[in-house]
Ligand binder design. Structure first.
Ligand SMILES: Cc1ncc(COP(=O)(O)O)c(C=O)c1O
Length: 496
């Protein structure tokens, strides 16, 4: 028989609410296993007969039998016909096995990350808002998305593909989707793409991480815009790269500084169509100069074209990739803003020599992008719905931008000056009063309003105080209510 304390241990396992989802036999088996591992039941010790233990625990004999059978199968007990069940002699392992001391537990609970792991963790990552509220930036309006149409197309492709859609997909991406993407970027973005050069990924973020790890070694230099998109900076920092900030003016990154830099770098990261966060468009002469620099130095241009679908004054300038006859540019695109963030589909248009290496590398990250979403998106694009959706949203966003700029001028004058952008989903604003940026951001957050402070996007401390106001995801009424709330919060800070 078990000693009283041993029986109590098993009874406690049975009764513990945290084990409620476990079948009875599994609870008994786990309790006895714990007694053995803790040394409370030493090697060779007999276990109670199944009938006796069943009676003591108030369970059926079959239940105890199932627990013993599992303990036997796992090697914890020996069973001998006629003489019963005994704790197995498990050799050195059991002798060396100790219940962890408090100290050992404390030591083991420290994450013990690698240097790379620590850099990734302490970057804070790029957590997006799950329920976006004004003025969270970079968020599209999802309430206007043609969900029924999407659902119908998904059903259609599933019916056609059948169980074939459930297999692994091509790591480079579904061919039909790569064709649709190549057609789109060639037509709308002036790119030089073919389906063979497109690699479908889950996001721009994944593209940046891939580029950082595949094209540069830790410690190597990459020129980044100053200020810069935090997701890019974090991806490069996490890969151990040395980020070298290069100022941005009204014509985008100051390319001459790159050309004149005596140390050089292996790559440059750009948001040329609509610089994040200033909104500047990179001038043509600078684009050409950077392509020339990249080709002379055998460096890469990483072009993040994250929201150029939404340009409100004519057509956006064509992408750098389309101008680059030297094949030094990696073009990054995403459907996060043009469709919806939950889709998790982004892509790169690669120079031919990078297609194989990048495709192989992505198989180590996630294999491939989810097939059913790719099939549906390809159908959505082929059917002309992507173009139509963008045209509709462009109209909605242009109106919202105008409304927000008007509201800011009306209700926040003397405090905030809007820098109305030519495109995108957010508007940069400068703080013109005497409220420090951090105080403004915190005061807004206290009344439920999100704003991204501009200083956090600068590597150097010379940022002008201000913030980004996302407008695309919020109706005119929501924008107005939020601006009024923000005005109240900022005026209260000024009075205090
Ligand atoms: C400049 C820039 N690039 C990329 C992204 C993210 O795109 P994805 O969701 O594809 O990673 C964002 C999102 O805010 C962005 O602002």
């Amino acid at each position: 028989m078990f000693r009283h304390s041993q029986l109590e241990t098993v009874q406690a396992w049975l009764a513990h609410p945290a084990h409620a989802a476990m079948p009875l036999h599994a609870r008994i088996q786990r309790a006895i296993r714990q007694l053995i591992l803790d040394g409370a039941l030493g090697p060779g010790k007999p276990l109670p007969a199944t009938r006796g233990l069943a009676q003591s625990l108030g369970v059926s004999r079959d239940t105890v039998e199932a627990a013993y059978a599992q303990l036997h199968a796992e090697g914890f007990i020996d069973r001998r016909v006629g003489s019963g069940s005994f704790v197995a002699r498990m050799g050195e392992f059991t002798a060396g096995y100790r219940r962890p001391t408090r100290e050992a537990l404390r030591r083991n609970q420290a994450p013990n990350l690698s240097r790379r792991g620590n850099a990734m963790f302490h970057s804070g990552g790029v957590r997006e808002m799950l329920q976006p509220r004004p003025f969270a930036h970079g968020v599209p309006e999802t309430r206007a998305f043609p969900l029924q149409l999407w659902e119908r197309l998904e059903r259609q492709v599933l019916r056609e593909a059948g169980t074939q859609a459930l297999h692994h997909g091509d790591p480079q991406g579904l061919e039909a989707l790569r064709h649709a993407i190549a057609d789109y970027v060639n037509l709308q973005r002036g790119a030089r793409a073919t389906a063979e050069r497109v690699l479908v990924l889950t996001s721009s973020q994944q593209a940046m991480t891939l580029c950082a790890n595949m094209l540069l070694d830790p410690g190597e230099r990459i020129f980044i815009e100053e200020p810069v998109y935090y997701g890019a900076r974090k991806a490069f920092d996490a890969a151990g790269l040395e980020c070298v900030p290069v100022d941005v003016d009204r014509q985008g990154i100051m390319a001459q500084k790159i050309i004149d830099d005596p140390t050089g770098a292996k790559a440059v990261f750009l948001t040329p169509s609509h610089q994040f966060p200033t909104g500047a468009t990179l001038a043509l002469d600078r684009r050409l100069a950077l392509i020339d620099w990249a080709s002379r130095h055998h460096a890469w241009i990483i072009e993040d074209d994250y929201d150029s679908e939404f340009h409100y004054a004519g057509k956006p300038t064509a992408c750098v990739q389309g101008l680059d006859a030297h094949d030094r540019t990696i073009y990054i695109g995403t459907f996060t803003k043009s469709l919806f963030p939950g889709l998790r589909i982004g892509y790169v248009v690669l120079p031919p020599q990078l297609v194989k290496p990048m495709t192989v590398a992505r198989t180590l990250l996630d294999g491939h992008t989810a097939s059913i979403a790719q099939l549906t998106l390809a159908r959505f694009m082929e059917g002309g719905h992507f173009g139509a959706h963008i045209r509709t949203m462009r109209g909605i966003y242009a109106e919202r931008l105008e409304i927000l700029a008007g509201l800011v001028r009306r209700h926040l004058s003397g405090l905030v000056e809007p820098q109305v952008p030519i495109g995108g989903l957010q508007m940069p604003c400068l703080l013109t009063g005497d409220i420090p940026e951090q105080e403004a951001v915190l005061a807004a957050r206290r009344v439920g309003i999100e704003m991204l402070g501009l200083s956090s996007l600068h590597a150097t401390g010379k940022a002008q105080a201000g913030f980004l106001m996302g407008f695309a995801a919020y109706t005119p009424e929501e924008l107005e209510a939020a601006v009024l709330k923000l005005a109240g919060a900022l005026k209260a800070v000024r009075r205090s």
